[in-house]
Ligand binder design. Sequence first.
Ligand SMILES: [Zn+2]
Length: 238
Amino acid sequence: MRHTLVRRIQRILNVISFAALIGIFAIVARIFGYAPEWPAALTPRSEPAPRVALISGHAGFDSGAICNAEDGTVTLTEAETVARITDLAAQRMRRTGAEVLLLDEYDPRLDGLQADILLSLHADSCIPASGYKAAYYERSRIPSTGDRILGCIDRHYAATTGLAHDPDTVTVDMTAYHAFRKIDPSTPAAILELGFLGGDQELLTQRPEVAARGVAASLLCFLEDDPIGESPEPEEGQ
Ligand SMILES: [Zn+2]
């Protein structure tokens, strides 16, 4: 009987001293301005995944440029060539954690589209010329952002593919591109002609992974606001 009484008193004293310890800790913590941190799992994500929209040129609409053999048979279409590169670029961007929206040429989701970047991928004609080119909306409300996209392409797509910049054949089809007029005006956007189906056929059809890598590096440069344009990632044994 006495034994249980002693134990009970001990237990009460334990509880009181534990509570006192917590109280003392709280007072000391407040004096030293200690703010408890969230455990990692509860910390709100500081940045949401970047939203990247890619138009696979001519998809769902037509073939784009068509290359013919001498006997007239079709050897290559722009839509097929670009679709492969767009898919590979999308896979790459998803691996970096981006949320990627793959769009057809006249995709209804373009209307009012809000994204961190929209890039439309096309390829140039079958003539034996070489080079890439890019443009943004001639009436863009955010021209400095368009310049930044083009700067990233000039650094990263050019370096990764080895293609030269060919600014001389930028057409009104590029600067007044239909998608630019449909998306939300705050969405950064550009159109990229990946190269010529004629002169750059080997790159575009035999090494689409290289072109895709150049596209992804350009997108990442823009999304990461890369001010100095770091050199693109090294070749992956191709
Ligand atoms: Zn096209």
